[in-house]
Design a protein around this ligand. Sequence first.
Ligand code: ADP
Ligand code: MG
Length: 340
Amino acid sequence: MASPPSLTTAQPPMAVSLHGRCTLPPHLLPPSCRIQPPPSTPPLSSKLPVPLRSAARRRRPAPIAPRCAVRAALPTVDRAATPAGSGDGELLLEVRGLTAVIAETGQEIIKGVDLAIYEGEVHAIMGKNGSGKSTFAKVLVGHPDYEVTGGSMMFKGENLLEMEPENRSLAGLFMSFQSPVEIPGVSNADFLNMAYNARRRKLNQPELSPIEFWAYVYPKLDLLNMKADFLNRNVNEGFSGGERKRNEILQLAVLGAELAILDEIDSGLDVDALRDVAKAVNGLLTPKNSVLMITHYLRLLEFIEPRYVHVMENGKIVKTGDISIAKTLEKEGFKAISEI
Ligand code: ADP
Ligand code: MG
């Protein structure tokens, strides 16, 4: 086995915290945040728009309907007709009538989304550019650019609106960003070790030392066909598009989320890289965890087969079905879907 990479960095991982704690994975940092070394830099929190939490406090979420009512409210396909081998677990994510605006301008982007995801299910969201797919995903993880103005989002029975972004992450919600951010001065190894230990603390498990962490992460590199020196490089700094996507999935493999939201993980990947990434994602799927993929392309869905495909239009899910929706889209475009 190769020797462990150095786990020292020019800057302590502390610098990645938005809230004075070292618990925030990069996928939760706003794209505008390029982390600078302390102490000359003012805290990032001072630059952030109105936090989601204050919005949540201002408006009480709508009451949660019982499980059967949620199912009934969704334009679901017949469960028996969907691909076998997944689902039938507990309700993981329940979104009801969600509306959200851009915090800075007040423009409404999410206009009443309903979605229920159960353990062991793979869902995909498709839709034209600008239909609100990424915004929906970012609202779920608590991105500070957006304010929730109505509806509810529950994850494992907990109200996401009352949770800080890092607590959502620690609770098992993971998002891979469409454009992952760079964190200069923080090595991948330190970053992953820190994020993983934060999750272990949350689960009341002992933290791993850098050497123990190396033993834990090394096999995961293999899964993604990534070289070990990847761990010594600063998070996403100078990474190609494909390397960034692989790195996002490495983070997912390390953190082991219950719900992974993957926003266009296929963009910029050649077919070999796509196969590696898909293989890694499939390898992480268990009857207990779920994936929500956002994509434009059928080819990703052929590698990671979804149980449900949703179509988003103008901030709402307007259609739900199985992979045949993606096939129709690929052949005939979005016009065909709105006519079905
Ligand atoms: P999709 O991922 O479906 O392509 P997005 O969710 O990225 O769409 O964007 C939906 C719409 O909201 C777009 O018109 C986009 O320009 C706008 N939007 C999203 N976030 C912001 C933001 N932070 N500031 C300004 N406009 C935004
Ligand atoms: Mg997008």
